[in-house]
Ligand binder design. Structure first.
Ligand code: HQG
Length: 177
């Protein structure tokens, strides 16, 4: 089974367009697992089972989804209009953001903005940051975020998974270029 293709389609369903799959997300982003399976089966994933989803999650390089009972959700990345409810959590002292060289002037001017997504995505280590940045630029820029100071001064941070942190917009004064 092509787990990468499956993961991309489930990301699309759970982060960006649940309504296209007949799904309704609750406040914390959970969807009904059986309904998702049915929708995917109808789109060519014949015979798809919950075990396939478990394997896809287990074998993935990133922790993107979470299953609990008959529910499944994406841990980060949402762009749907309904904002996923999250509990603000004190972040590590420093976090990183990988981006393209071409975005740096705008980030200097306006700070980090979530753009199409609900939150900004930050990484805990430089290696992961480079991977994220390489999606936008072969020679990405690593920005260092003074997360502790931003938190102390009222910027909200949220945990996505072990590697990914989420945050509201981050003004330039907390960013080291
Ligand atoms: C940039 C992937 C101009 C920002 C990754 C980024 C991540 C600005 C781009 C997750 C800006 C948005 C999210 C400003 C920020 N002016 N550009 N003021 N502020 N930007 O893809 O963080 O594999 O929406 O730097 O690993 O790259 O899908 O966000 O370059 O965890 O699971 O606007 O998606 O995970 O790009 O990636 P994206 P991202 P998955």
């Amino acid at each position: 089974m092509d787990y990468k293709k499956l993961s991309k389609q489930i990301s699309y369903a759970l982060r960006h367009a649940p309504w296209k799959y007949g799904l309704e997300l609750d406040g914390e982003g959970w969807a009904n697992l059986r309904q998702l399976l049915k929708a995917l089966q109808a789109r060519g994933w014949r015979g798809l089972t919950e075990a396939d989803l478990q394997n896809m999650i287990r074998l993935s390089d990133k922790q993107r989804f979470e299953i609990a009972g008959n529910r499944i959700r994406a841990l980060y990345g949402h762009s749907i209009p309904q904002r996923i409810v999250r509990e603000p959590v004190p972040p590590p002292e420093v976090l990183f953001h990988g981006t393209a060289r071409r975005y740096v002037p705008a980030i200097r001017e306006k700070g980090l903005l979530p753009g199409g997504r609900q939150y900004i995505h930050l990484s805990v280590d430089v290696e992961t940051t480079l991977q994220v940045g390489k999606r936008h630029d072969p020679r990405p820029v690593v920005l260092k975020i003074d997360a502790k100071r931003a938190w102390n001064e009222g910027i909200c941070f949220f945990r996505g998974n072990d590697q990914v942190w989420l945050a509201d917009a981050i003004p330039g004064r907390y960013i080291e270029f």
